[in-house]
Design a protein around this ligand. Structure first.
Ligand code: NDP
Length: 294
């Protein structure tokens, strides 16, 4: 069997197009342009690229980000970062606040994330948002962007959630844990795996829906996967490749050439989950702006 490829680039473009359309409709109706504030502390090159890509995507969708782009030096104090978040919380033109992680080591990440107004927490990392996601009968204000993107990919693939066995590899706060909670909310029977899980291949083989988010290059082999399973590969790992001009290439947590022969559908890396993360950030920012009016 050759699996259906789940095209994250195309699905992300669709989401971004939907957001741009709804922003245009708001503006045409005389409403405000949604605003996203970004907070970047320090000079980490990868973080600079991530924030710049997020701001560009905002501009394309008609979301205002440039006036609210904040850059603090690596030496910024906790009080300075706290104070900036407090000011952004109070600014009505700012609908969403994104603090780029990781923060420099001397800053208390948990304290900064908890200081963000939950109604502006478009990354969905505030403990109240995660807590509400975990509770029956409660809804979070926002769902973290990467797991939300995985759900959208599954929906677009036509996956039947109810009663399916879902296995999530990884239990991080930003991917694995919220992912498992989202699948459980859709009536999947969810197993969460981590570095202490015994006989991982056997557990993975039980999955109708498999989410791999471990950060281990090509760990999931073809013979771990149930024939016909839907596989979402969140991993982004750079490995050496002498045949490439750059000397390296990106691979996921799934051994794609093997898994594509067994799965029913699978995301490629790159071009699967990656593009969805920014698309869902735009969607969360628009949602924040729409809610702010009611
Ligand atoms: P973390 O390092 O925070 O978490 C990794 C998880 O995998 C942990 O729960 C860890 O278990 C588990 N794990 C590690 N090794 C093994 C193993 N050998 N067997 C079973 N479980 C294992 O990573 P993140 O969740 O932040 O990211 C995971 C991957 O997703 C990375 O490749 C990252 O680059 C990528 N990513 C991609 C995004 C995108 O937009 N596409 C966004 C965010 C992340 P334990 O808890 O026991 O330590």
């Amino acid at each position: 069997m050759t699996a259906q490829l789940i095209d994250g680039v195309a699905i992300a473009a669709k989401v971004r197009g939907e957001v741009a359309q709804r922003v245009a409709e708001r503006i045409a109706a005389g409403k405000s342009r949604p605003g996203l504030a970004t907070v970047l502390v320090g000079e980490d090159p990868a973080s600079q690229v991530y924030v710049s890509n997020k701001r560009k995507a905002c501009a394309e969708a008609g979301i205002e980000a440039e006036p609210f782009a904040h850059k603090l030096p690596a030496t910024a104090t906790q009080a300075e970062v706290d104070d900036l978040v407090t000011r952004l919380n109070a600014n009505p033109a700012v609908n969403g606040i994104l603090v780029q992680l990781p923060l420099p080591k001397h800053l208390d990440e948990e304290r900064v994330l908890s200081a963000i107004d939950v109604t502006k927490d478009v990354d969905g990392f505030h403990p109240l948002n995660i807590g509400r996601l975990a509770m029956k009968g409660r809804d979070p204000w926002f769902i973290p962007c990467t797991p939300a993107g995985c759900i959208r990919l599954l929906e677009e693939t036509g996956v039947k959630f109810s009663g399916a066995n879902a296995v999530v590899l990884g239990r991080s706060n930003i991917v694995g844990l919220p992912m498992a909670m989202l699948l459980q909310r859709r009536d999947c029977t969810v197993t969460i795996c981590h570095s202490r899980t015994r006989d991982l291949p056997a557990v993975v083989r039980s999955a109708d829906i498999l989410i791999a988010a471990v950060g281990r290059p090509e760990m999931v082999r073809g013979d771990w996967v149930k024939p016909g399973a839907v596989v979402i590969d969140v991993g982004i790992n750079r490995i050496a490749d002498a045949t490439r001009k750059s000397g390296s290439r990106l691979v996921g947590d799934v051994c794609f050439p093997e898994v594509v022969e067994v799965a029913g559908a699978v995301t490629p890396v790159p071009g699967g989950v990656g593009p969805m993360t920014i698309a869902m950030l735009l969607q969360n920012t628009l949602t924040a702006a729409e809610r702010g009016e009611s």
